[in-house]
Design a protein around this ligand. Sequence first.
Ligand SMILES: C[S@@+](CC[C@H](N)C(=O)[O-])C[C@H]1O[C@@H](n2cnc3c(N)ncnc32)[C@H](O)[C@@H]1O
Length: 210
Amino acid sequence: MAYTLDAQEQETLTTYNIVAPEWNRTNMAHWKDRVFYDFVSRLPGNLLLDIGCGTGWDAELFTSEGLRYVGIDISSGMLTEARKDNAHLIDTKAVRFARMNMAELGFHSDTFDGFSVITSLMHIPRPKVPAVLSEIYRVTKPGGAGWIAVPYGTFEGMYGGEIGNEPKKTEQVLSNCWLPETLEPLLIAAGFTIVMCHLYSHMLFFIIEK
Ligand SMILES: C[S@@+](CC[C@H](N)C(=O)[O-])C[C@H]1O[C@@H](n2cnc3c(N)ncnc32)[C@H](O)[C@@H]1O
């Protein structure tokens, strides 16, 4: 059955299309920390899927470690920025981007050696998360690894405070927070093994394996 975006997902998508040109100016880029290296060292091969890749600033992070990178995102606005910012990497064929909903990944089963889902699973309504995790599991190779970051807590609903540090009523996103005890059972039910769960600042990080 085709996936339908509900009103909150639709508003989230609209917001990202609006804020995309300002995203890199108003948000923090990522860096290579202990968790990053732990994740990369577990990958059985070099093909990585970045799920909800946004403006794709992790493309540089991963390709500099010798990985081939596929970034998918539901927002055409964010992907426009991603393609612009990473044109030099796209030219080398190490990087490509595609517009896709993480709930319906257009890839064969067992394709990727690993995946990252950095602050994008929070935009999926809770009842839909098990199916999304199953879909991510499907496209991951046996032995592949995943790196997940979600905001920590119990908040559930639309939130505008993190977008551009200048929240407006029209710029809200679905921001469901998670606790280890609420997300871990869903990851395990999807088939993953939990390697690590780590709370840093207000973010919850997982490394998992198929
Ligand atoms: C907070 S941004 C994070 C972007 C990037 N991962 C980063 O850390 O910079 C969340 C991204 O998830 C994307 N997203 C939201 N729902 C999605 C869905 N159902 N499928 C794919 N991407 C989605 C948004 O368009 C947005 O680009």
